[in-house]
Design a protein around this ligand. Sequence first.
Ligand SMILES: Cc1cc2nc3c(=O)[nH]c(=O)nc-3n(C[C@H](O)[C@H](O)[C@H](O)COP(=O)(O)O)c2cc1C
Length: 214
Amino acid sequence: MMLRALLRPTWLLGLFAVVATGLLAFTYENTREQIAQSERNALLRRLNELIPEAQHENDLLTDTIEIPANDLLGTTATTTGYRARRAGRIEAIAFTAVAPDGYNGAIRLLVAIERDGRVAGVRVVSHRETPGLGDAIEIERSPWISGFDGRSLSAPNPTRWRVRKDGGDFEQLTGATITPRAIVKAIKNSLQFFAMHRDTLLNTGTTTVSQNHE
Ligand SMILES: Cc1cc2nc3c(=O)[nH]c(=O)nc-3n(C[C@H](O)[C@H](O)[C@H](O)COP(=O)(O)O)c2cc1C
């Protein structure tokens, strides 16, 4: 009898720990799923801005190709290519590219490229550039990033893929040249990556792009 009385708090404590752990795990799972879902929604919204829904018939989020880490994309991790099809043919692909040399570090971009190698559009996904200076790269703040629409490695030619201050064709931002310089380079590299792997990226199968380091 004495022993049972002594053990009761232990049982209670044990029960409490189990219930608390269960609750925590449940909340964590729930939150994680919600975060993943809102990230998917944000990505889909951005993708649809670059490749309008009317221009493809497939689900961009599931029609993907795995792209291994590649210096031209500034990535050290595998990224995903999202592909837009019309009549079964891949007409455009969007993937993440990183400009490692922004004023305050890496700038993550979503770059969409048409089958013919022209830029369908670019969006800044994340950055730490200075508010009021470098943040005009966000489409919500200025149309600057739209200046890449329709450009390709032949228009302008590669030597003019620079900001004006460096003798190129792209506008810099007022008082901020470092941020645009990093982005121009990253988009040019993305187009070069596309040109090098075009056949695989536009292949209808779900193949993987070969590892390629410069
Ligand atoms: C506090 C502070 C924050 C700055 N933030 C940025 C920035 O986010 N992006 C940028 O391009 N330049 C930024 N600049 C300005 C750069 O230092 C540089 O003057 C500008 O980009 C022009 O570069 P350039 O001399 O190579 O043309 C910042 C300067 C200061 C003092």
